[in-house]
Ligand binder design. Structure first.
Ligand code: BES
Ligand code: MN
Ligand code: ZN
Length: 488
């Protein structure tokens, strides 16, 4: 898909379809007057009729009398006081879906004026919307013949938006790349081959990389990662990617992603229903890989190390079992109560190892960690916990800017006691209350004094139901959020 920009006024853009955004309360913006005039006033006419009021989610396609574009697609922005970047992103997405369904593959989006946001921000959001809306997982089945692929999106503004658009394109492409990894079935992404995918990407983009295989993990004492992986015929891996701009000094930021390539639950086997969704249990790792890809392609100025513990959680004669006690990399002993609480176990080693080896200024982990997070927040926000307000607030702001929203949960010491074990330092499951928080408290034991934040993306990484710019399946959640946070 081609993304281009132009300074041409809306009335002079050449495209098959033009998307015009319209607020609900203030009606047709004066910026669309010239377009309306050359199409014989059909926009004003439509707005006077009953079919379209500019409400959020509304779209209306209008065939033009000729000369100009084939069609105009009106998209609603809702009340003018309540329009933010996410409203705009969704409006563009809805407009593109509508225009494509009607057979248009070259679509122009003249940027509207939205209070509090400059053209650069609007261009970024629209570019993301176009690319993310057009995404489909097509590895094993071709598109149906009636599907109209978006070939070109043209953004129009009176000021220069080329640089912002180009950046957004790289970030959205990295998000789609991460979505592909999440949507890949688990027979095609065992820990060894997923590590190879990451390596290929690293070579292609110029990232540093290292793969710690099972033998090396044994030497290092990454026993928690090894324990989770021991039920699978394909042993675990720890993948490390590094983006280090020339001249970078000080300490890197480390991002860590849970990479369970399939989560059966292990000996504490999950029920059959929807178990297939657990192919997405490596979404944290996908977000880390996607972010590293974006940072490399953007030539970002911050020094970032991406770490992903990869393992397949399987039952079997070699599998770890409830009651096992594991001595983790940092010496902490872990009592296994439930082999299905495996994410926190692999992350324990990844976090401790990264803290020791890199002494990061801050460390952020992403994980499809708990069903409890899905119960608490559904799919509209990821759970956030951390030991540092500045870090948490920066991530929350990045979430607002990108539409990948976070909601902070408490990490009070009262919760810390819940992960104590009678026979070891910690236990990997803590009873029914506050399951999303106790999982985070478990992780907190492995970061020492490092500024740390944890994102539980169990509800946001993989969707059962599509949203305007996310088809169902993998979303790539975290790539846009982290890239924004690390590069602006
Ligand atoms: N990968 C799951 C969490 C999950 C559930 C992600 C649903 C996405 C959708 C995780 O490994 C898990 O099984 N967690 C258990 C923890 C429990 C055994 C303490 C859970 O949430 O039930
Ligand atoms: Mn599990
Ligand atoms: Zn899991």
């Amino acid at each position: 898909m081609k993304v281009s920009t132009t300074n041409a006024p809306a009335a002079e853009i050449e495209a098959e379809a033009l998307i015009l955004a319209i607020p609900e309360d203030t009606g047709k913006p004066t910026s669309w007057d010239a377009v309306d005039a050359i199409v014989g006033g059909i926009v004003s006419e439509a707005l006077a009729g009953p079919g379209f009021q500019g409400k959020r989610g509304q779209t209306l396609a209008l065939s033009t009398p000729g000369n100009h574009c084939r069609e105009l697609v009106l998209v609603g922005l809702g009340m003018s006081g309540e329009i933010d970047l996410e409203v705009w992103r969704r409006a563009v997405a809805n407009g593109i879906t509508k225009a494509c369904h009607r057979g248009n593959s070259k679509i122009a989006v003249p940027l509207p004026e939205i209070d509090g946001h400059d053209s650069g921000e609007l261009a970024i959001a629209a570019t993301e919307a176009a690319i993310l809306t057009s995404y489909r997982y097509r590895e094993f089945k071709a598109a149906p013949p009636e599907f109209v692929e978006l070939e070109e999106i043209m953004l129009a503004a009176p000021v220069d938006i080329a640089a912002a658009t180009m950046r957004a394109q790289k970030v959205a492409d990295a998000t789609c790349w991460a979505r592909d990894l999440v949507n890949t079935p688990s027979n095609m992404k065992r820990p060894d081959s997923l590590a190879m995918n990451a390596r290929e990407m690293a070579v292609e983009t110029g990232l540093g990389f290292e793969i710690i295989d099972s033998g090396k993990a044994q030497q290092l004492g990454l026993n928690a990662l090894l324990a989770v992986g021991q039920g699978s015929a394909v042993g675990p891996r720890l993948v490390i990617l590094e983006h280090r701009p020339i001249g970078a000094t000080g300490q890197p930021t480390v991002i860590v992603g849970k990479g369970i390539t399939f989560d059966t639950g292990g000996i504490s086997l999950k029920p059959a229903q929807k178990m297939g969704d657990m192919k997405a249990d490596m979404s944290g790792a996908a977000a880390v890989f996607g972010t590293m890809r974006a940072l490399a392609r953007l030539d970002a100025q911050s020094w970032v190390v991406g770490v992903a513990p990869l393992a397949e959680n399987m039952p079997g004669s070699q599998a770890y079992r409830p009651s096992d006690i594991i001595r983790a990399y940092d010496g902490t002993t872990i009592e296994v109560l439930n082999t299905d609480a495996e994410g926190r176990v692999v992350l324990a080693d990844a976090l401790a190892y990264a803290c020791k080896r890199y002494e990061p200024c801050r460390i952020v982990d992403l994980a499809t960690l708990t069903g409890a997070c899905v119960v608490a927040l559904g799919s509209h926000a990821a759970g956030l916990m951390g030991n540092n307000d500045e870090l948490c607030n920066a991530l929350i702001s990045a979430g607002e800017a990108t539409g990948e929203r976070l909601w902070r949960l408490p990490a009070w010491s009262a919760y810390d006691k819940l992960v104590d074990s009678e026979v070891a330092n910690v236990r990997n499951s803590a009873g029914r209350g506050a399951g999303v928080i106790t999982a985070g408290m478990f992780l907190k034991r492995f970061v020492g004094n490092t500024a740390w934040a944890h994102l539980d993306i169990a509800g946001t990484a993989f969707l059962e139901k599509a949203t305007p710019y996310e088809p169902k399946g993998g979303t790539g959640f975290g790539v846009r959020l982290l890239t924004h946070w690390l590069s602006t």
